[in-house]
Ligand binder design. Structure first.
Ligand code: PRP
Length: 213
């Protein structure tokens, strides 16, 4: 019997997912021991697990290096990989939004030379080019994106808003909602066919856990 390999986005999401899997009888002792190991195996049940940077999870799954991935919809939208999204885990709910100072509302709607700072250039392009039919300039950043309008690097940002407290603490606000986000289970297209029984078992189990929450 072949293994089913999971790629989990590092952090709280991986911890919650492992707890959910444990409840359905899929545990991994090796993973609970704090070591520098990168891959963890449950030999008895034939599962492998590894933790990866969120933005790498869709890549591992598309190439079949992992059969199953657990990662945020934000990452899936940005990476746009060829895979099946099979389940909304309803964890880590937040949204993508356009944010900035309230006085840029008019420029956001109709002004020229709008500059948008973001960690998610593909999501920003999809929203402004394809949905809003706006020609904008994108400035790619790697973190603390809220700084950009404050220091005059951009007019607005496209970023994740969860509680809204980062925006509020910096005098910024949501100017437009883009889409909701939450954690998703994704599956490699070939694995879905070749390991259908094992993968269906995982989908059903996690689905049950999600609906009981
Ligand atoms: C995310 C996001 C916002 C913040 C939103 O940043 O980019 O900055 O969380 O959360 P809130 O609405 O609850 O305030 P993260 O903590 O990942 O840091 P980074 O932007 O520096 O990567």
């Amino acid at each position: 019997m072949s293994y089913i390999t999971f790629a989990l986005a590092k952090g709280r999401l991986a911890e919650i997912t492992m707890d959910m899997l444990k409840d359905m009888g899929i545990s991994c002792k090796e993973m609970e021991e704090k070591t520098r190991k990168l891959i963890f195996v449950n030999e008895e049940l034939k599962y492998k697990f590894f933790l990866a940077k969120a933005s790498d999870v869709p890549t591992y799954v598309e190439y079949g290096a992992a059969d199953v991935g657990i990662v945020g919809k934000d990452t899936l939208l940005e990476e746009n990989r060829n895979l099946y999204e099979v389940l909304d885990l309803n964890i880590g709910r937040c949204k993508f939004a356009v944010a900035g100072y309230s006085n840029v509302r008019e420029k956001l709607e109709t002004g020229n030379n709008l500059r948008v700072a973001t960690k998610y250039p593909n999501i920003a392009k999809e929203y402004f080019y394809n949905k809003k039919h706006r020609n904008i300039e994108i400035v790619k950043l790697h973190g603390s994106v809220e700084l950009a309008p404050i220091v005059g690097l951009s007019d607005v940002i496209v970023d994740i808003v969860e509680t809204g407290s980062t925006l509020k603490a910096n005098g910024l606000e949501v100017l437009a909602d883009i889409c909701p986000i939450s954690a998703r289970m994704v599956v490699n297209r070939v694995s879905m066919k070749l390991k259908n029984e094992g993968i269906s078992y995982i989908i059903e189990g996690l689905n049950k856990a999600v609906s009981q929450k």
